[in-house]
Design a binder for this molecule. Structure first.
Ligand SMILES: Nc1ncnc2c1ncn2[C@@H]1O[C@H](COP(=O)(O)OP(=O)(O)OP(=O)(O)O)[C@@H](O)[C@H]1O
Ligand SMILES: Nc1nc2c(ncn2[C@@H]2O[C@H](COP(=O)(O)O)[C@@H](O)[C@H]2O)c(=O)[nH]1
Length: 205
């Protein structure tokens, strides 16, 4: 049976990870399973618990760390964010591709543990565009935006630790670049593109 591919999309806050991920998931030939993160941040207007994030208290998050339930976690601009572990293991083992959208600290922790994934750094055309996107999104107070842009400068330096860098100049172009990367990754994991596996098995009968 084919094994699922782990795809980790990371990059500074506001670069467009969520926007690109949503556009990617709408592609007819894409069937990724999204890993829902856990966070102590308060929900933004319109965000749904169990869909956008699992929103929990600091106590519950810290209990999950102690119980070794997290594949990775990071403290980012005053809140915890992390990836529940068992979901990732089970989904990959069942042959489904898993998609993580996480910050740079978390992505590098996952890469240490699971180097066989596709680690993609989504980068803005420049820092001005990044700040404009955070301001334009309208979800964060000015001081939080400053902290996020401040964090971005050191995050962008970590780009060299990734397998791939994708510029999010236009969403449709970023989606196409990521789809090409996933094709390469499928070949690396399964040695043959999965759409051919059934055909070969049929011929070998
Ligand atoms: N290619 C693009 N060109 C212009 N604006 C964009 C582009 N991609 C995303 N945006 C806009 O930038 C803002 C931030 O996007 P988004 O929320 O997807 O970023 P993010 O990286 O997921 O942020 P966070 O890490 O904080 O969740 C949104 O208002 C979105 O519409
Ligand atoms: N290390 C992790 N980072 C995560 C995870 N889920 C989301 N994130 C990243 O946190 C920042 C802030 O997110 P926001 O929703 O408050 O804007 C952003 O870079 C996210 O990608 C996670 O599970 N682990």
């Amino acid at each position: 049976m084919k094994r699922g591919v782990l795809i980790v999309l990371s990059g500074p806050s506001g670069v467009g990870k969520g926007t690109v991920r949503k556009a990617l998931f709408e592609e007819p030939d894409i069937d990724f399973t999204y890993s829902i993160s856990m966070t102590t941040r308060s929900p933004r207007s319109g965000e749904i618990d169990g869909e956008d994030y699992f929103f929990v208290s600091r106590e519950i998050f810290e209990q999950n760390i102690q119980d070794d339930n997290m594949l990775e976690y990071a403290e980012y601009v005053g809140n915890y964010y992390g990836t529940p572990k068992s979901f990732i293991d089970q989904t990959l083992a069942s042959g489904h591709d898993v998609f993580l959208e996480i910050d740079v600290q978390g992505a590098l922790q996952v890469k240490e543990k699971m180097p066989e994934g596709a680690y993609i750094f989504l980068t803005p055309p420049d820092l001005e565009a990044l700040k404009a996107r955070l301001v334009g999104r309208g979800t964060d107070a000015p001081d939080v935006i400053e902290r996020r842009v401040g964090a971005a400068t050191s995050e962008i330096r970590m780009m060299a630790n990734y397998d791939y860098a994708v510029v999010n100049d236009e969403v449709a172009l970023a989606v196409r670049r990521i789809k090409d990367i996933v094709k390469v990754e499928r070949l690396r994991v399964n040695r043959v593109l999965p759409e051919y596996i059934e055909m070969i098995e049929e011929l070998e009968k």
